[in-house]
Design a protein around this ligand. Structure first.
Ligand code: G1P
Length: 294
């Protein structure tokens, strides 16, 4: 199996949880520290060798397209102001990757969003990264997409990331039924979307990082609405698991669910703490705050 060169990022949700902030901008463009959530996700894909990002966008897609495009005005101003540091950061973003954007005209579910990428992806293998989850890997450590890519190349079958969640949390995720292989990953037998704790086949949940062969499109093409009346990606993953094969691996990274309000705040705090320019002051502030609260 070859390296994955294309990644699909669904970013067409309505962002209801973040209204009114998301009335005019997609939630993937909300900043965490000083860059949009989406840039963390794109950086993860690029570190894994991805060259083309297929963005499945709904409203506000222009803000995303502009972000990855050249901005003559901003670049000119930074140049004149002698802000080489910021200028090179801005230029790096626009040269990082090709963005191909596809409009999802109706929000029919994640499975439908992924299927919207089929005319561009065709018969290639591709990664899917959910646009509101940040997976932080230290520089030099493999990103989650790289971890999946390694197993995908070894096994030749679609590979997804899983994480162990508490029993009461299985209802928020797609959950796999699987057996462990001697190599240390899981061979998936079935995938269930948001099961109740008493019906969940395991506590191994999908955090939103996948590598698929094009066969996923065969199932998505005929997919019917499933849980919550949406076309679910997990229903089509079942087809892969039972026919072409599907493996899962417990990933190594710090995950932030930036699509959730509390998760978003935590992402801001923790990622700022990791920064040399902000971390020490923020740490000091938080210490003082805790003293005041206790
Ligand atoms: C989607 C998927 C689900 C996955 C989750 C990860 O659900 O349908 O299988 O576990 O993302 O965040 P959503 O969070 O969009 O309801």
């Amino acid at each position: 199996m070859n390296k994955v060169k294309k990644a699909l990022i669904p970013a067409a949700g309505l962002g209801t949880r973040f209204l009114p902030a998301t009335k005019t901008i997609p939630k993937e463009m909300l900043p965490v520290v000083d860059q949009p959530i989406l840039l963390y996700v794109v950086e993860e894909a690029v570190r894994a060798g991805v060259e083309d990002i297929i963005l499945i966008a709904g409203r506000g897609k222009h803000a995303i397209e502009d972000f990855f495009d050249r901005s003559y005005e901003v670049e000119d101003q930074l140049l004149k102001a002698g802000r080489e540091d910021l200028l090179s950061r801005i230029q790096k973003i626009r040269d990082m990757v090709n963005i191909i954007s596809v409009r999802q005209k109706e929000a029919l579910g994640l499975g439908h969003a992924v299927f919207c990428g089929q005319p561009i992806i065709g018969k290639e293998n591709f990664a899917v990264l959910l646009g509101d989850e940040i997976m932080h890997s230290e520089p030099g450590e493999p990103t989650v997409t790289e971890q999946l890519s390694k197993i995908f190349i070894e096994t030749g079958v679609s590979t997804v990331a899983v994480m162990e969640v508490a029993a009461e949390d299985v209802e928020k995720y797609g959950v796999i039924s699987a057996e462990k292989t001697p190599e240390g990953y899981f061979r998936v037998r079935d995938v269930v979307e948001k099961p109740t704790p008493d019906t969940a086949p395991s506590r191994l949940a999908l955090p939103g990082r996948y590598i698929f062969t094009h066969h996923i499109f065969d199932y998505l093409q005929n997919a019917k609405p499933g849980k919550n009346n949406e076309i679910q990606l997990t229903d089509s993953m079942r087809g892969l698991a039972q026919n072409q094969g599907l493996v899962a691996t417990l990933f190594q990274a710090k995950r932030f669910d930036a699509g959730d309000k509390l998760g978003y705040l935590i992402a801001n705090i923790e990622l700022a703490l990791m920064r040399q320019d902000l971390g020490p002051q923020l740490r000091q502030y938080l210490r003082g705050l805790i003293d005041d609260l206790s």
